[in-house]
Design a protein around this ligand. Structure first.
Ligand code: C2E
Ligand code: MG
Ligand code: MG
Length: 250
């Protein structure tokens, strides 16, 4: 995890890795804080080129976005994530899988139908899929993006706003877009037991999200102290090393 590569890979190397299906998916649990039950798993793309250091997604996802490769990356991650979810649901019928959808992918009007086809192919109910959209990146065409998200939601897919607090969403967009979940960015969560300002933001965000009917997920829960704080503040779900690192599907 998080090892800096010696050299930035090229777009060609990424394209080849995608063609050869070398981008893998790791899964990290999202845990209901009070019951400690696993609510679902988040799919996180992993690239470990043969004979080189792993390339972190914070590097290769933007590379894919810049070079027209994000559609293929999204498709591959979605396919692997739904296949994994299908198997988990044999024993855990309520288990969901969350897939990160680049704001760039929301510029594709076919996305809802493509996702619907992938769900049908994998035999997974739409309600088992959560599309996580980061608010950390500006959305070029907000009207189209909001239409795509709404059509996904109508098909039964859940929609989550990721990295909340780092980005550009207005309160109006929170109310108008069909989100079902809000994920508080780990920059606020990690220090909420020691930093007064972070703690105030956490409490205010949870109360706002609940007012809007959204489930609240705290990202980056590393310690028991932070977990206890979040339970006290009424946060629904936690994700972080405290509960489990990203791991293989099995
Ligand atoms: P994200 O969606 O906010 O994912 C959560 C990140 O926090 C992951 O980093 C995860 O490994 C890390 N994390 C989880 N718990 C903890 C913790 O307790 N402490 C710390 N320090 N970190 C924790 P990762 O896997 O490096 O991914 C980084 C970002 O790359 C993701 O942030 C997401 O925005 C993007 N990404 C990953 N996979 C995909 C993908 O398939 N498609 C797209 N579009 N983006 C992806
Ligand atoms: Mg995410
Ligand atoms: Mg996040």
């Amino acid at each position: 995890e998080d090892v800096a590569p010696a050299v930035m890979p090229s777009a060609t190397e990424l394209a080849d890795a995608l063609d050869r299906d070398e981008i893998m998916v790791a899964f990290q649990p999202k845990v209901a804080l009070v019951s400690r039950g696993v609510a679902g798993m988040e799919a996180l793309a992993r690239w470990h080129p043969a004979g080189a250091e792993p390339v972190p997604p914070d590097l290769f996802v933007p590379l894919a976005e810049r070079h027209g490769l994000i559609a293929k990356l999204t498709r591959n991650v979605l396919r692997d994530s739904l296949a994994a979810c299908r198997r988990w649901r044999d024993r855990h019928p309520d288990c969901s899988v969350a897939v990160n959808i680049s704001p760039l992918a929301l510029a594709n009007p076919e996305l809802p139908e493509e996702i619907e086809a992938a769900l049908a192919e994998a035999g997974v109910a739409p309600g088992a899929l959560i599309a996580e959209v980061t608010e950390g990146v500006v959305i070029a065409d907000p009207v189209l993006a909001s239409e795509v998200l709404t059509r996904l939601r109508i098909k039964g897919v859940r929609v989550s706003i990721d990295d909340f607090g780092t980005g550009h969403s207005s309160l109006l967009s929170l109310m108008r877009l069909p989100f079902t979940e809000l994920k508080i960015d780990r920059s606020f969560v990690a220090c909420c037991d020691t930093d007064r300002e972070a703690w105030k933001i956490i409490r205010a965000t949870i109360s706002l999200a609940h007012e809007l009917g959204l489930d609240v997920v705290a990202e980056g829960v590393e310690t028991a102290a932070v977990e206890a704080r979040l339970i006290g503040a009424g946060c629904d779900i936690g994700q972080g090393w405290r509960f489990g690192r990203p791991m293989p599907a099995a």
